[in-house]
Design a protein around this ligand. Sequence first.
Ligand code: COA
Length: 179
Amino acid sequence: MNIFGNKVKLRAIEKEDNTFLLEMINSPELEYWVVGSSLPTSSIEQGNWIDKVGNSHDAIRLVVEEIEGGPIGFANIVQIDQVNRSAVHGVKFVSDFRGKGFAKDTVRAVMKYAFETLNLNRLESTILEYNEASIGLYTKACGWSIEGIKKQAVYKNGKYNDLVLIGITRQDYEQIQQS
Ligand SMILES: CC(C)(COP(=O)(O)OP(=O)(O)OC[C@H]1O[C@@H](n2cnc3c(N)ncnc32)[C@H](O)[C@@H]1OP(=O)(O)O)[C@@H](O)C(=O)NCCC(=O)NCCS
């Protein structure tokens, strides 16, 4: 089942997404903002990854499309813990589609899917301390809380950077729905 927000559709990755995903994974600008680090990736490697990656109840990876448009970003719900009913969530958008509310719509759609369909009890993520857009997106626009700081956890851009831990419980989510 695809996941819909008001402005976005989240769907499984297709072979045709190779070029789009390759541009994102090889973008130095995106690399600056995300927590992980990517090696230079070829279309062959990206194609192999697409061939073997499949959605399951352990990990879900999604291309974000503008409704009635093309791909604009990527979202995931991974490390789905069947006992503790928790998962890790991440999102990234190509620069032309930032600042237009697509990310807010996407995260809200992911929250609804995670809590109301997957029956998860908790979502969490980590954000580089300097990524104010991402911290604002989750805390101000989507109701997540800052739960802690991992000091000097990520070496990037020539220095160790703190990592902000954020999360939301199903209880928080339900309170937001009621307010
Ligand atoms: C982080 C990212 C997903 C935010 O997307 P976006 O398109 O700017 O978000 P939206 O337009 O949906 O804005 C949603 C909210 O985010 C917050 N926000 C956006 N930019 C912000 C900024 N520069 N500073 C503080 N808050 C900001 C605001 O609360 C905004 O809501 P508002 O417009 O009602 O005030 C996007 O910038 C991105 O893809 N960046 C590169 C990859 C990345 O950083 N991924 C996250 C890794 S943890």
